[in-house]
Design a protein around this ligand. Structure first.
Ligand SMILES: O=C[C@H](O)COP(=O)(O)O
Length: 183
């Protein structure tokens, strides 16, 4: 989704076009950040535009393998969450859903351990404004490992890519995150 309501942005979708059609909009996915040059500042503007139009942003955050190996993962995720909140008032923060998706775990079959996910959820929650946001884990979640994430207190759900292409797998994952995981 583009952050402006209208303009000459061929190929983009505006929040006005999505309002009333969608409830949620996925913002800041690592593919958008890496392939389309989406910056933290742009994600912040998109979050504000989404909230202004009654769309609930699911904001993807997560470090690259290089950033993790350099010891910067926590700092990166904290900054991404802070940037996502930069253009909205504190009262709107509870409109956001945060999805922690380590870039090295997306589509690789190399899921983060539940311990890493839990630690990084703590990093995402570091800002007081973030404390009430639902948190999703994403990155190589499947029907075989989803139970491990569902058992982590700070993880409220999963952002499922590849495994969602199989209806039975997706349903099994959804059931694991059913009742009792709301924030
Ligand atoms: O867009 C989907 C998420 O990035 C996760 O993808 P995945 O479950 O295939 O790793």
């Amino acid at each position: 989704m583009h952050h402006d309501d209208s303009g000459a942005f061929t190929g983009e979708v505006s929040p006005v076009m999505l309002a009333g059609v969608c409830d949620y909009v996925l913002l800041g996915h690592s593919e958008r950040r890496q392939m389309f040059g989406e910056t933290d500042e742009m994600v912040g503007r998109k979050v504000a535009a989404a909230v202004a139009h009654g769309l609930r942003p699911i904001v993807c955050v997560g470090e690259t393998l290089e950033q993790r190996e350099a010891g910067n993962a926590t700092e990166i995720v904290r900054w991404q969450v802070t940037s996502a909140l930069a253009e909205i008032d504190a009262g709107s923060a509870n409109e956001l859903v945060i999805a922690y998706e380590p870039v090295w775990a997306i589509g690789t079959g190399r899921a983060a351990t539940p311990q890493i996910a839990d630690q990084m959820m703590g990093a995402a929650l570091g800002s007081p404004a973030a404390a009430t946001m639902p948190l999703l884990y994403g990155g190589s979640v499947n029907a075989g490992n989803a139970r491990e994430y569902a058992s982590v207190a700070n993880i409220n759900g999963a952002l499922v890519g590849g495994a969602s292409l199989d209806a039975d797998s997706f349903l099994a994952i959804a059931r694991l995150f059913g009742d009792g995981k709301d924030r």
